[in-house]
Design a protein around this ligand. Sequence first.
Ligand code: HEC
Length: 184
Amino acid sequence: MKIRLLVVATIATAFVSIGAMAGMMPPFGSKNDVSYAKNLWQKMEAKGLNSTPSNLYVGGPPHGKVREVLESKIDGKRVIVKRNYRGKNITVKKVAANRAKYLKSVTVMQKRKGYDPADADWFWVKYTPNGAIMKNKKGMSLAGKVAKGKPIGCIACHSAAPGGNFVFRDSGKTSGLGATVFLK
Ligand code: HEC
């Protein structure tokens, strides 16, 4: 009797630990996330998503003050690319004259069916202008489900976008902003 109880208790403990470990696995920044993001950047390059200008506009935090958004499909999946520009006394005019000087980051969402059903199936990534994957203060690469379950980060903030698809610019309320350029 006692042994059986011990066995049951041990198995139960094992399950709880596995569960805890799975819960501790960060939802972003893994090797797989990073290699997926690197591959995605190559495909963005090939498609011209890093070299085609869109319509610049000025927006609020946290993305760079001047921005532009492009959309396309990569491997049949919707991709939204946002270039974020920063700099002293920055204006749309200055950026238009020299994008490379002001580009600070490229934030990207790619729709991946079944990847994250609870949060509209987006893969999130933040690149430097050269395509390196940026990290948070803890040194975690910003690629994957960023930062699922946390009160701040891509997912938390974008969950507030009207329409439930986590895309602010789909709402139509952004019509005053620079229009998105669509690349076939
Ligand atoms: C604090 C809120 C907030 C956080 C955090 C945030 N965003 Fe955004 N994001 C916005 C808002 C608001 C817009 C709408 C466009 C604008 O204001 O320029 C936007 C727009 C975008 C767009 C264009 C599509 C859309 O939703 O309109 C992309 C792509 C994007 N963000 C990616 C990211 C990625 C990747 C991260 C995380 C690394 C991130 N964002 C973090 C608020 C946020």
